[in-house]
Design a protein around this ligand. Structure first.
Ligand SMILES: Nc1ncnc2c1ncn2[C@@H]1O[C@H](COP(=O)(O)OP(=O)(O)O)[C@@H](O)[C@H]1O
Ligand SMILES: [Mg+2]
Length: 94
């Protein structure tokens, strides 16, 4: 069965900050899940990697089986995002 999310060893380093240090998780299709953590935990970084706003430093991320870098069009086609801070325009076709 296709997984909603398959994240394996995901890392992100900004200059001198390790925002994500090897995140691995799987979310089965149809499941609800939450991402909880204090400010600076890496939640926004994680979401931004899923939607293609931030490039990971390592590891892999698949959305409904589509790699968010190698197969980013199909991955993004499966995502709906209600952003807290970003303008939505970039998520629509020109
Ligand atoms: N663009 C950036 N440049 C440098 N450091 C960043 C950037 N974005 C986030 N960070 C740092 O990465 C860490 C995780 O931040 P963030 O993903 O925003 O966490 P959260 O959303 O959980 O509060 C923090 O230490 C933050 O300061
Ligand atoms: Mg945040």
């Amino acid at each position: 069965m296709t997984k909603t999310l398959e994240v394996d060893g995901l890392r992100k380093r900004y200059a001198d900050v390790d925002a994500l240090e090897g995140v691995s998780l799987t979310v089965p299709e149809g499941a609800f899940f939450w991402l909880l953590g204090p400010n600076g935990a890496g939640k926004t970084t994680f979401i931004n990697i899923l939607v293609g706003l931030v490039r990971a430093s390592g590891g892999s991320t698949r959305v409904f089986g589509h790699d968010v870098e190698d197969d980013y069009r199909r991955a993004r086609d499966r995502i709906g995002l209600a952003p807290q801070e970003f303008n939505v325009d970039r998520f629509f076709d020109p």
